[in-house]
Design a binder for this molecule. Structure first.
Ligand code: ATP
Ligand code: MG
Length: 416
């Protein structure tokens, strides 16, 4: 027996309806915001993530599934959704079309992490990407998509946390202050953070090591170092959220784990699913497109973990869709009626009704046992008499009631 790889999950047939439900609500929500789906490859050149996500992030440092293909190229399974979209924006010349470009994706994401509740090696994300606008309304728009989705799913408990981490201009002064604060403790930090100290000290605030967390507890906050432009942008976003009645908390501790963020960062955090409580994380990344080889393009977006979202729905006993139960099982009484039953079933399928019949040449008793287990809404036994008269008893399985119907009217009967 070969087992499933650690940190991955099967979605078995009896559970897949939950995913269909979430994906349906996601797509419907994205559509009302005028977002179009973008699909990018499952793997990209490793270099894209190294440059786009950033060498000083946990993702690039230790979580990527990287392999050499048979042509000797270094490839990496998507560890997040945004870098591929930025590459496609450049390669697809999307900057030449109408701006902003409003996109969404649904994608598997691969990260080599220690598996635990809400932390997998393959998980799935819904993401939004809005390219070309620097307005705080675009930041609000991304937040609104997530918020609207949660509302449609009945989730009200997620807390919106926002922060601003500034731009290249204010970051320089902030980095100076942060380095100064951390200088005395460099030797006590983890090796990765010692490197971050030189390359990108802001990342140290996002380190999960207990020692580093203790050191950064009283560190200077980006929000206190914003330049005029970044401060005005942050105020504008707060104003828009307030005018829409969207509750939020300014949380100066949120810096997000990716190098490409500028200005706004935000998270929706749950209190009902334990330690892995961040369901959605996003922000603005004005330098990303340039970083991966395009023209300067302001952009904002988020990634939402769908496994964590499902955990929230289930832990709050919220609806997760309905099991997909097939409508009708037609049981041929004997093998003599099998061909007729098969014809009837396929005529119903052609008109959009889910119908099944025997595929194992079983006795009527065994067939009815199967139909009961599978949970068909209706059953119908097709014998010689039924074929001769063109009529049969349609049995509703929930209450056992029967109604004699004409076989060539079955379609209308079941559609109603
Ligand atoms: P965390 O701090 O929990 O590691 P992150 O900052 O690495 O999260 P992002 O890169 O922002 O996460 O990914 C967006 C969302 O994807 C997260 O908010 C979370 O819901 C989900 N997510 C991230 N990593 C995992 C994982 N290993 N397993 C399941 N879901 C994940
Ligand atoms: Mg992570």
């Amino acid at each position: 027996m070969i087992n499933i790889p650690k940190g991955t999950k099967d979605v078995l047939p009896a559970e897949s309806y939950k995913w269909h439900y979430i994906e349906k609500v996601v797509r419907a929500t994205a559509e009302t915001f005028g977002l179009n789906e973008i699909r990018t490859p499952t793997f990209e050149h490793t270099e894209l993530f190294a440059r786009g996500v950033g060498e000083t992030t946990d993702i690039v440092n230790k979580e990527m599934y990287t392999f050499e293909d048979k042509g000797g190229r270094s490839m990496t399974l998507k560890p997040e959704g945004t870098a591929g979209v930025a590459r496609a924006y450049i390669e697809g010349n999307l900057a030449d079309g109408a701006q902003p470009v409003k996109m969404y994706y649904l994608t598997p994401v691969f990260r080599y992490e220690r598996p635990q509740a809400g932390r997998l090696r393959e998980h799935h994300q819904f993401g939004v990407e809005i390219y070309g606008s620097d307005s705080a309304y675009a930041d609000a728009e991304a937040i609104l998509v997530a918020k609207t989705l949660f509302t449609k799913l009945g989730v009200t408990e997620l807390e919106l946390n926002i922060n601003s981490i500034g731009c290249a201009e204010c970051r320089a002064e902030y980095n100076r202050a942060l380095r100064e604060y951390l200088a005395a403790n460099i030797d006590d930090m983890c090796p990765v953070c010692r490197e971050r100290y030189v390359k990108n000290p802001l990342r140290i605030l996002d380190c999960k090591e207990e020692g580093c967390k203790r050191i950064t507890a009283g560190a200077p906050k980006t929000i206190d170092y914003l330049c005029n432009g970044c401060a005005a942008h942050h105020e504008a976003l707060k104003g828009i959220l307030t005018s829409l009645g969207i509750a939020y908390k300014v949380n100066p501790m949120i810096v997000r784990g990716l190098d490409y963020y500028t200005r706004t960062v935000f998270e929706f955090i749950s209190t009902s699913i334990g330690a892995q409580g961040t369901v959605c994380g996003g922000g603005r990344y004005n330098n990303l497109v340039e970083e991966v080889g395009g023209k300067h393009t302001p952009a904002v977006g988020f990634g939402m973990g769908l496994e964590r979202l499902l955990l929230v729905l289930e832990s709050l006993n919220l609806p997760v869709g309905e099991p997909e139960i097939p409508k009708l099982y037609i049981a041929p009484l004997t093998s003599a009626e099998a061909a007729e039953a098969y014809k009837l079933v396929n005529a119903l399928r052609a008109s959009g009704i889910s119908a099944d019949t025997d595929l194992m040449s079983r006795s009527l008793k065994a067939q009815m046992k199967y139909a009961g287990k599978r949970g068909y809404e209706y059953t119908l036994v097709l014998g010689g008499d039924e074929i001769a008269s063109g009529k049969a008893a349609l049995r509703k399985m929930s209450d056992g009631s029967e109604k004699v119907v004409e076989l060539d009217k079955l379609q209308e009967e079941l559609k109603g």
